[in-house]
Design a protein around this ligand. Structure first.
Ligand code: APR
Ligand code: PHB
Length: 392
């Protein structure tokens, strides 16, 4: 098989890149190791920056998003029995965010791609990227029981945190940075209307809790648990009791309960791979970086990588200039490190530190009080959360 851009991974990064390249008239193909059903049901993120909404509109993939997405103008920080709202438009000159599940983005992009291309192969597992330094890199993959090859002009690893594209980078010129957090998130989906209009980030001695949502009738909530927690040890009643305790405030507010339809535990990690390009092989999304979900940056960072890369490959295709391709890694990493910093700071500020002491708790409260007392500090959080400008 032969294509111009071989894309490994059919998650948000790979699917959006394929759509943007296809619309630019650039030949590409996507290899996804899992089944369509599997990738469409994987519960992941749900908070979109404006840039992500813009990218999906640019890709012609925002029909349902525009109809069903929930536009939010802020979040609530809840701590020490207090509620503090962060008003995004007032603090950022008008920026808002949108709640729309990553599963729905993936469904929308797959439907479009299967309808009018480019080729999307499910259960096609990439085994290796060969000759990335050459002008004809090759993806060796297994599909329908056979080993096959895809010869490309460019290969993009959109294969997430467990992918293989990174393996083709020479160790002597690659650097990785990692930080593992001493806690995880237990996430649930529940058939119950949200008990809030906007997201609630709650910090308490019992641990962190987040109230998000997927629609007017489906809630998405998370609570901090120790690493290695088995979801089976958390029956529905225990989950709701612990969430109610962590969101408790004196005011007339109650957490409505309902049947839990999905439950999973996710460890928290920060990870960056530098550089994001080696020869004709490029990385985008979780293949290059992972952030703890507290700052809601994972999906949005993947999309911003793809926007930069699609623009770079389109300029190369149309003008022959490799200027943007040559600056791809550096311009993406600048944004990746800022999102990594913000996600780390939000995570450390809001989670109970298992080995922390009274001083650590006071530091967390001091950070939160600075944000809720200072317009300047609140504006800094709002700017990072709603999305820093894209270096396009
Ligand atoms: N061959 C083919 N496909 C692969 C391979 C492989 N060897 N390895 C992994 N994949 C696929 C996975 O099955 C997955 O569908 O690559 C895809 C990677 O998708 P994501 O993990 O969703 O990563 P990305 O597209 O970068 O999106 C980032 O997803 O994980 C969340 O929190 C993250 O919201 C962020 C978003
Ligand atoms: C979600 O809705 O899944 C979500 C929202 C905000 C976060 C993390 C997850 O910070």
């Amino acid at each position: 098989m032969r294509t111009t851009v071989g894309i490994i991974g059919g998650g948000p990064a790979g699917l959006l890149l394929a759509r943007l390249l296809h619309r630019a008239g650039i030949d590409c193909a996507v290899l996804e190791s899992r089944t369509r059903e599997y990738v469409e049901q994987r519960q992941r993120a749900g908070m979109l920056e404006q840039g992500t909404v813009d990218a999906l509109r640019e890709a012609g993939a925002a029909g349902r998003l525009d109809a069903e997405g929930l536009v939010h103008h802020g979040i609530e920080l809840r701590f020490a029995g207090e509620r503090h709202r962060i008003d995004f438009p007032a603090l950022t000159g008008g920026r808002t965010v949108t709640i729309y599940a990553q599963t729905e983005i993936v469904k929308d992009l797959i439907e479009l791609q299967l309808a009018d291309g480019p080729p999307l192969f499910f259960e096609a597992e990439a085994l290796a990227v060969e000759k990335p330094e050459s002008e004809r890199p090759v993806v060796r993959f297994r599909h329908e029981g056979r080993e096959r090859t895809l010869t490309c002009d460019w290969v993009v690893g959109c294969d997430g945190s467990h992918g293989i594209a990174r393996d083709a980078f020479p160790t002597e010129t690659s650097r990785t940075y990692a930080h593992d957090y001493p806690y995880s998130w237990l996430g649930i989906l529940a058939d119950v209307p949200p008990s809030c209009d906007e997201l609630i980030y709650a910090r308490g001695e019992r641990g962190f809790a987040l109230h998000s949502m997927r629609s007017a009738s489906v809630s998405r909530l998370y609570l901090q648990v120790p690493n290695g927690t088995d979801p089976g040890d958390w029956p529905d009643e225990r989950v709701w009791d612990e969430l109610a305790a962590r969101f408790a405030i004196d005011a007339d507010w109650t957490l409505d309960r309902g049947p839990i339809t999905a439950k999973s535990v996710t460890p928290m990690r920060s990870y960056v791979h530098e550089p994001m390009r080696h020869g004709r092989l490029l990385l985008a999304g979780d293949a290059a970086h992972i952030v703890p979900p507290t700052g809601a940056k994972g999906l949005n960072l993947a999309v911003s990588d793809v926007r930069v890369l699609a623009r770079a490959l389109t300029e190369l295709h149309r003008t022959g200039s490799a200027r943007l391709v040559d600056s791809y890694s550096e311009s993406c990493l600048a944004r990746v490190w800022q999102a990594t910093r913000f996600s780390y700071d939000m995570t450390r500020m809001l989670h109970a530190q298992p080995n922390g002491d009274a001083f650590d708790q006071r530091m967390q409260l001091a950070r939160l009080r600075r944000i809720t007392a200072s317009r300047h500090a609140a504006a800094e959080l709002a700017a990072n959360y709603s999305g820093l400008p894209l270096a396009l």
